[in-house]
Design a protein around this ligand. Structure first.
Ligand code: GLU
Length: 317
């Protein structure tokens, strides 16, 4: 039998701290090249020169660079927490009301929803996230607090909260989101009151976290669905596989193909400039830089994660 040549990856001896510091230097020229989201006025005030990156490993180590203590608006990243909460409570039933395909359209587009009779393509576009939010309203007794408790438990903390100014700013200017939820309701894909759905949706998008908290809170998706901070089973193996598959195919807006090509990790981004991604069995990585590219992903953040998988030679592929 011919000899098989394998390429070894020495995870244990990886110097993550040094790699993060190299990345911070290399992405620095990109920091003010992106455009901070301004369609939510409260987000437009964030300094584009911010940068932070964190790694949380399954063997309990944390590595940080930059402003990893500064909280920012996690925006669409929160859609992962709400999806996980609904999937964990309701199981496969959620797929009766939402698809699992990339949309190929902007995250707040109305066109596809009309053509597809009120069934959103996936849970990470706004329409899909609002259907999930509607499910949470039906499941939870105290939706905002219960969802926050869930996020805090995933991060192994108890002080993660909502930025009310951002939530109000979104509410005031959320005309498209209001249109989406009304359209969903006209197709009987919303059970609760429209105002309640929008309120909970804007609140979960306005959760603030820093990169260290984000990385810690996604570690369960690298750990077969078990929360490493308390041993609780959040999702089973199969559900965890599906969640990671959805992040890979739909987690970075209309750029998921490019993100998989360049970075090679399942991940989720938000218009606040955060991105969090996992390598199953190993780690969660998060990055924050508010300047966005044309698709709405953090310009320096995508580059930082690409450098990370290049330098560490780790990815899901
Ligand atoms: N709350 C934002 C919206 O509904 C989320 C956008 C995002 O991060 O993708 O427009």
């Amino acid at each position: 039998m011919p000899k098989i040549h394998t390429r070894s990856i020495e995870n244990n001896s990886m110097n993550y701290q040094q790699i993060l510091e190299e990345i911070a230097v290399e992405v620095n020229p990109l920091l003010n090249k992106g455009k901070v989201a301004d369609y939510i006025p409260a987000l437009a005030e964030v300094d584009p020169n911010n940068f932070a990156m964190s790694i949380a490993t399954l063997d309990g180590q944390l590595y940080n660079v930059g402003r990893s203590n500064t909280k920012f608006s996690i925006q669409s990243i929160s859609k992962v927490y709400s999806l996980v909460a609904a999937f964990s409570a309701l199981g496969t039933e959620i797929w009766n009301r939402i698809g699992k395909e990339p949309s190929g359209t902007p995250f707040n587009s109305l066109i596809q929803l009309e053509q597809e009779c009120g069934i959103p393509r996936n849970p990470f576009i706004n329409a899909g996230a609002m259907v999930i939010t509607d499910m949470l309203l039906s499941i939870y007794d105290h939706p905002k607090n219960d969802l926050l408790d869930f996020v805090n438990a995933l991060a192994g903390q108890n002080d993660i909260g909502i930025d009310k100014t951002v939530a109000q700013s979104e509410k005031k200017y959320g005309f498209k989101n209001a249109a989406l939820v009304n359209f969903l309701k006209s197709h009987d894909n919303i059970d609760n009151e429209i105002e309640e759905v929008l309120d909970l949706y804007f609140c979960h998008c306005a959760i603030t976290m820093n990169t260290e908290e984000l990385a810690k809170s996604f570690l369960f998706l690298a750990n077969g669905g078990v929360n490493p901070h308390n041993g609780q089973v959040i999702l089973n193996h199969s559900q965890t596989k599906r969640l990671n598959a959805l992040m890979l195919t739909c987690g970075t807006y209309d750029e998921a193909g490019e993100f998989a090509f360049r970075v090679g990790m399942p991940g989720k981004s938000g218009v606040g400039g955060g991105i969090v991604a996992v390598i199953p069995g190993t780690l969660a990585a998060s990055v924050w830089s508010p300047g966005l590219n044309q698709k709405g992903n953090s310009l320096a953040g995508v580059q930082a994660l690409e450098l990370f998988t290049t330098k560490t030679k780790m990815s899901v592929f």
